[in-house]
Design a protein around this ligand. Structure first.
Ligand code: NDP
Length: 281
């Protein structure tokens, strides 16, 4: 029996698993489609039912892969997708969402995000999001790559307080948000989605991460994911197109790390001592 995946509550009262699945780089190569669909389905079977995608990924190809993976099981999953900033006018937001729905083969997106800030006024994008909500095409909306000052600006815009999540770069080697953005979101009940949670694989060679993981018969990826998962209101979305790694990543929930080992990890990956501008990939 697998240990349960902790859950995170969105402001609209919906609970989602704190460990989901990313899809960046899926849908780019037809030869990889089988493995991508199989791994997403394996993840759904294991309870990683939140799937993060975007119109950007594979130029729409990733959304098509997600659509195939969720065929016949739409109600088991929570779909997150994103609009490009240059599509985020009022009309453009609505059209982009409709195209995403077609590729996903569904009639609603559970959470729709502005991928990063662009030139359209926030008020216009939000008006588009609110219209999509009113028509049932999305259930909630949020943002991505917003720093604390962006979030403050957002809350001052009409309906801006309806923001349901902020998706940002967060992993052991990118801890800047712990200084201000993370506590700011936590205190307001706005979930933070941690993207690139294993820094696209680059942190897995860290000697201290390897040493501590070994002590628990765990992998470095599992320890890096467990580090994020223990934080309140954080949703972690590792991407893998390999079903065995889906299993490995799922099992990070069973890691029970001592305070002493977390401190050793802090020494190897120091938390921020002052404000750092939000980084993005
Ligand atoms: P991740 O940190 O999730 O790393 C993904 C890479 O790590 C892939 O190359 C994968 O390879 C490999 N990997 C996955 N699991 C393991 C494992 N257990 N052991 C070893 N290697 C592993 O990077 P992403 O940038 O993909 O971030 C996750 C998701 O976040 C994205 O897919 C996307 O959905 C979202 N994202 C959002 C952004 C935004 O601006 N809002 C920006 C970047 C990402 P393989 O598939 O071969 O297993």
């Amino acid at each position: 029996q697998d240990d349960p995946i902790p859950s995170v509550r969105f402001p609209n009262g919906i609970d989602v698993p704190a460990l989901g699945q990313g899809t960046w780089a899926m849908g780019e190569d037809a030869g990889d489609a089988r493995a991508e669909i199989d791994s997403l389905r394996a993840g759904i079977d294991l309870g990683m039912t939140l799937i993060d995608t975007a119109e950007m990924y594979g130029d729409g190809g990733a959304e098509e892969i997600v659509g195939q993976a969720i065929t016949g099981r739409r109600d088991e999953v929570f779909i997150v997708s994103k609009v490009y900033p240059w599509n985020a006018s009022l009309k453009g937001t609505i059209e982009a969402c409709e195209h995403s729905l077609e590729r996903l083969g569904t009639d609603r997106i559970d959470l729709y995000l502005l991928h990063w800030r662009g030139n359209y006024p926030l008020a216009e994008t939000i008006a588009g999001f609110e219209m999509l909500k009113a028509s049932g095409k999305i259930s909630a909306w949020g943002v991505s790559n917003f720093d604390t000052d962006d979030m403050q600006e957002l809350l001052a815009v009409p309906d801006g307080a309806n923001v349901a999540a902020n998706q940002v770069l967060y992993n052991l080697s990118r801890r800047g948000i712990e200084y201000d953005l993370l506590p700011w979101c936590q205190s307001r009940g706005i979930p933070v989605m941690a993207y690139s949670p294993i820094e696209q694989g680059h942190i897995l060679h860290n000697a201290e991460l390897i040493r501590i993981a070994k002590a628990y018969q765990a992998t470095p990826a599992q320890l890096a994911l467990a580090f994020l998962l223990k934080r309140d209101g954080v949703i972690v979305i590792p991407k893998t197109s390999n079903a065995e790694r889906v299993r490995e990543n799922r099992d990070c929930v069973s890691l029970d790390v001592t305070d002493e080992d977390w401190q050793s990890l802090d020494a190897a990956f120091p938390p921020p001592a002052k404000k750092k501008p939000l980084e993005m990939l």
